[in-house]
Ligand binder design. Structure first.
Ligand SMILES: C[S@@+](CC[C@H](N)C(=O)[O-])C[C@H]1O[C@@H](n2cnc3c(N)ncnc32)[C@H](O)[C@@H]1O
Length: 237
């Protein structure tokens, strides 16, 4: 059973319609700015969770009409919540495990969004997911992938906040919620992108006062970046 099938309700309570404080006060704006436009683009979201993000994108770029929207997650219970609470009219909802071949044709999408998903997947799964993103992206196409920053993971480990629970390594989230995690180095993500001929810019995302006022756990992080964003462009075929 996918990890999030078990915690889907708690996750939705934690993340709500804006993704929780870190996303609401910081990351959403960064990602929405990076999207830049949606007119006529075919958009795929991987690991969409409760699906809060695309409604925000559609609101920000209201008046523009995407060609297609596909909202996916490994967890069917997350998808149920997405349909129930963050429904996007005209969108397709599909269960998709990003570690395995995607059920889409080559060049089917202009934009792929994967927020805090690849850090929950083993390295082999990440390599496969990035290869599949490359395959199903048009040229030019954009992959916006955000992961928990490896430096942040290292700081959690140093403070003894990572825990092995059965087959999962977990990290703390809000309240009593713990989330699965893989300790994947930045260089590994970069190598996967590079090997697939994907151009990318990476950006460290640091917490702000607004965020840590609400999310007390982030007060401890000091100058450690919390998230790592890869804004990727697939150009050659
Ligand atoms: C930390 S949550 C992020 C959800 C959403 N992107 C957000 O930012 O709120 C990670 C999501 O990735 C999904 N996920 C984990 N492993 C996955 C996999 N192998 N394939 C697809 N989705 C996966 C989980 O079910 C969960 O919904």
């Amino acid at each position: 059973m996918p990890f999030y099938d078990r915690i889907a309700k708690q996750w939705h309570a934690h993340t709500g319609r804006h993704g929780g404080a870190f996303k609401e006060f910081l990351l959403n704006d960064v990602l929405i700015a990076a999207v830049a436009f949606i007119e006529n683009r075919a958009i795929l979201e991987l690991g969409a969770g409760n699906g809060y993000f695309l409604p925000l994108v559609l609101r920000r770029y209201s008046g523009q009409r995407p060609a297609r929207i596909v909202i996916t997650d490994q967890s069917s219970r997350q998808l149920d919540l997405a349909r129930k609470y963050c429904f996007v009219n005209g969108a397709e909802y599909a269960q998709l495990d990003a570690r395995y071949p995607f059920p889409f044709q080559e060049g089917a999408f202009d934009l792929i969004i994967a927020t805090m998903v690849f850090n929950e997947i083993s390295r082999r799964g990440v390599a496969s997911a990035i290869a599949e993103c490359r395959r199903v992206l048009r040229s030019p196409g954009q992959l916006l992938a955000t992961v928990i920053h490896p430096d942040f993971v290292a700081s959690l480990e140093k403070r003894g906040e990572l825990r092995q629970e059965g087959s999962y390594l977990t990290m703390p989230a809000s309240a009593a919620l713990r989330l699965p995690l893989h300790k994947t180095p930045k260089e590994f993500y970069e190598r996967c992108l590079y090997n697939k001929g994907v151009d990318f810019k990476s950006r460290d995302i640091f917490s702000t006062k607004n965020v840590s006022n609400v999310k007390a756990g982030l007060k401890k992080v000091g100058n450690t970046p919390v998230a790592l964003l890869f804004d990727c462009t697939s150009t050659q075929r």
